[in-house]
Structures are given as structure tokens and as C-alpha cells.
Design a protein. Sequence first.
Length: 302
Amino acid sequence: MAAFVVSEEVSSALERGAPVVALESTIISHGLPRPRNLDAAREFESILRDQGVTPATIAVLDGIAHVGLHAQGLRRIADEDLAKASVRDLPIIQAAGASAATTVAATSHLAALAGIRVFATGGLGGVHRGAHDTFDESADLTTLANTPITVVSAGVKSVLDIAATLERLETLSVPVVGYRTRVFPSFWLRESAFTLDWSVDAAAEVAAIMRAQDALGNRQGIVVANPVPADQAWDAEEHDRVLTQALAEADAAHITGKAVTPFLLLRIVELSEGRSLEVNLDLARNNVRVAGEIAAAWAAAG
């Protein structure tokens, strides 16, 4: 059995040196409600195609990792109750012939195996609050330490420990570059309390960093921190109020470990009456557009 299959559309684009952008499936299967998740999956792909870029949505279906999905595959990840697979889960799911949506880590791993160099997601996983007790840290970080892919994200969700996440990325030698910003974004908000050492103003500059990374023999990924557009960001005061209440409720309910983040994200959607969900979609669209520009610049330089 092949470890993964690449769709004819994606394979053709890679052979021609045309721009390709990887898209994760977890945001569709676990991050958005039905039926809006299928609409979003189609929209993300359409944004790229309108830019002349080939989309490669990635998921595991019936034990086979697919890099690039047909229409039926998109429908399946939107309609079926799928497992959530990180890199460590891929061989188990494949051996069982099961299906799963891929996280940032698993998507990055499979995309890099296929030769895709640019990936758009919503927010990067990171170090969780209280990790000094729980050791709860996303595999997204360690995967990027040895996977040559450029990930465009709106930073990390504010429910995480942003300071610790940035420290871990530094320790793992993963470059973090702000896209038209010197402040690290916190997903729903354009800014956090943390400044960045480096920023770029254009996709061509990111492509140049990618070329330099390769020339130096480095195998790490690159994080492009792309803040949500100012007119689409969540109101900071409302965000802080909702986040504080959600954190207090989690503490009161004695929710710990891996259950904390799913609880917080669900309560934030409920407490914001869906506002956080709309910002989530807006920032994801923006990341897809920027990733398309970077992929086009990378292909043009190739």
C-alpha cells in the first residue's frame, strides 16, 4: 500500500513547477459547523484557483493519505465524523484502514513528502497554558523543526501560552517572520504583547528566505505570521471579556489536559454569539490568499 497518493491535479502542477498550496482538513472537520464547513473548504480552494494556484487539501480516507482531494473527498471530510490525526497517528490510521482529518503537523508532514513548500492554515498549534505541569505542547512545533514547509498562519490562538510558544520556536530554530507586521498576531486579534525580530512586506521576500534556508542546508519550516485584516479583527475588549469568562468556567469545571482547549474554543464561540467563528473564517481566507501569493513567488523563482 502506498504511504500517500497525490491527486492528478496536484501531481501535474508539481511536475510543471506551478504554484501549489497545501490546506489542512481539521479546520473543516473539527473547526467549523456543518454545512458551512463544506462551503469554506470549497471557498478556500477557489481562492487559490482564482490566483492561478493549485490547492492541495490533505486528509486520510480509508487508510490512504490523500494530497489533493476531489469533490467527493471534500464532502466526506465535511460530512463524516472523522478522527483527528497528527503525525504519530498516521501509521495507525493507515494500518486500520480508517479515515481522519489532518492537523497542521500531519498536513505539513504529508505536504512536504509530496514536494509542496507552502501551507495555509488558520492558527498554529503551540504550548498550552499550564504546560509546566501538563507538558501539553502541540506536535505542530516539533514537526516544523524538521519539515521544510512555509506555514502561513494568524499566529496562535490566544487561549495558548504565546510567550512559551515563541520561545519553543526559537529553541527549535524555526524562523518566524511577520507579514507586514513586527508584532506577533494572536489569531482573533491582530496583535499580542510580543514583538518579532523580523518582518517582510511582500511574498517575494518570503520566497527569498525559503531559497536561503535551502541553500544553508536547514530543514526547518518557516512560520509566516499574518495578522487578520484590521477591519475583520475581533474587538479587543470583547475578546478579553469572553476569554476571561471561558478560562474561569474551565477552572470552575476542573477541566484539565487536552480537554481544556476544545472546551475553551466551544465556549468562546457560544459566549461571542458566533463572532469568533466569523473572524476565524476571515483570517483563514486571508491566510490562503497570502499563501497563494507566496507559492506563486516561489514557483516564479524556481
